[in-house]
Design a protein around this ligand. Structure first.
Ligand code: AMP
Ligand code: GLY
Length: 429
């Protein structure tokens, strides 16, 4: 990679993922200044944060211009789907993430499924609908158990796993006729239920070149034993040994390369993260979905595992330049545990005082997600997922013990966490 002089970096977003990105950028010898918008209580203690919403494309572009930003790192999907990368490109500022056309892979499940079909990428059989009658006909031919999904962005909540025909029919009516998920549910995908274990692969691409991060697994359900409501993610770990090196090669050949070639063939210059949510079925790997950004909380385990400087890789991706063939990864395993507000993902209180230990043990880290900083510097809860505690060690068991020991030293009213993060991997080893 060519040597580049120091740059100013703007991280866009306010969650644990963005705090982990800020921390990784601060470690880079290439970063001169790191700022964030809008940030959170933890980021505000480390870098200057600007109160600009992620949806405010013009505001973010102006902020980047004022601070002579050389790289904007965009965390969440919403600004990507609003064309923030396109707007920054117009004023000559490199931005990490796909442009609006590329972001459709996540912002429209219908677009994504049609893309899979067009380019022969293995996925669940499906139909897409905007009208009730054809959707009900499809359900008649393909009865429950079946999955009904709002096509548009729904913060991970627009997926109904219907066990009975009545539930499937109700979901179709709620989305297309009712107001479940608003405009995001006015187009739906109905698809075959896949069975197996889920895992994800994060790919960083600059177009046709790509490099993979270690395979990871997250825990989306609120309750232990993967029960209860779906959340943004209650914890994650890496590497997921369920993805063997042979399977990794299969994924790269059958999923990643055809995706990048397909995007090119469709005239989309895709750069940034491609996060493949996979189901490892007994008939091979199938793609459940693509996200067009780093996972949250997966980022909190993946970035601390990287021995390499991330900034030159993100910048090369943003500029469409060559990427390293491999990234240097520390040996061992990483885990992150999410500390949530009691009641999440349903209603929960905000404004609770948080006590955080003054120093953390080696190889552990704490990122803020839903927090704010008081005027006097105190930290309070301000969201459902409040903090993420990560640990790195030779084995997943040791990493988990380390992270949970830190979790037990963090206090706020209503603190909720799952005690079984990584259980599948722990039961394998
Ligand atoms: P998605 O946002 O499409 O990834 O769906 C969210 C979650 O719903 C996934 O992580 C799976 O746990 C589950 N899911 C989605 N589609 C399917 C499917 N076709 N079969 C089984 N589970 C699914
Ligand atoms: N942890 C799942 C996601 O970021 O989509």
């Amino acid at each position: 990679m060519p040597t580049v002089s120091k740059i100013n970096i703007l991280v866009v977003g306010s969650g644990g993922r963005e705090h982990a990105l800020v921390q990784k950028c601060l470690q880079s010898p290439m970063s001169d200044l790191v700022i964030a918008a809008p940030g959170n209580g933890g980021m505000a203690s480390e870098v200057q944060c600007f109160d600009i919403l992620v949806e405010d494309v013009a505001g973010i572009v102006a902020l980047a211009q004022q601070h002579l930003i050389g790289l904007v790192v965009i965390g969440p999907e919403v600004p990507l789907s609003l064309g923030l990368v396109n707007a920054l490109e117009k004023v000559g500022i490199p931005a990490y993430g796909p442009n609006r056309a590329g972001a459709q892979l996540e912002s429209s499940k219908a677009f994504c499924k049609d893309f899979f079909a067009r380019h022969n990428i293995p996925t669940a059989a499906y139909g897409t609908f905007t009208e009730i009658e054809p959707a009900l006909d499809y359900l008649n031919e393909n009865p429950a158990p079946i999955v009904v999904k709002a096509s548009g962005l729904a913060a991970g909540k627009g997926v109904i796993m219907a066990q009975t025909q009545a539930e499937a029919i109700a979901a179709v009516h709620d989305m297309l006729e009712g107001d479940a998920f608003g405009t995001s549910g006015k187009e739906i995908v109905i698809e075959e239920t896949l069975y197996g274990e889920e895992a994800s692969i994060h790919v960083i691409t600059s177009g046709q070149k790509f490099v993979c991060l270690p395979p990871s697994q997250d825990h989306k359900r609120a309750g232990e034993g993967d029960t209860g409501l779906n959340t943004g993610g209650m914890g994650a770990y890496a590497p997921a040994s369920r993805i063997t090196s042979q399977m990794q090669t299969e994924i790269e050949e059958q999923v990643i390369k055809p995706t990048l070639a397909g995007l090119k063939a469709d005239g989309i210059d895709y750069r940034g993260t491609l996060y493949a949510g996979l189901m490892l079925t007994d008939k091979g790997v199938k793609v459940l979905e693509y996200n067009v950004r780093f996972g949250d909380p997966e980022t909190q385990v993946l970035l601390p595992m990287l021995a390499d400087d991330l900034v030159p890789v993100l910048l090369a991706s943003a500029k469409g330049e060559d990427l390293p063939v491999n990234l240097q990864v520390h040996d061992g395993a990483s885990i992150v545990i999410v500390l949530a507000a009691g009641g999440y993902p349903e209603s929960y209180t905000k404004g609770e005082v948080i006590e955080i230990p003054k120093s953390l043990p080696a190889k552990s880290a704490l990122v803020h997600a839903g927090t704010i900083r008081d005027e006097d510097g105190g930290i309070r809860t301000a969201g459902g997922r409040v903090l993420g505690v990560s640990g790195h060690a030779a084995t997943l068991q040791e990493a988990a013990s380390l992270a949970y020991s830190v979790c037990d030293q963090v206090h706020f009213k209503g603190k909720y966490l799952r005690r079984d993060i990584g259980h599948r991997e722990l039961n394998r080893t």
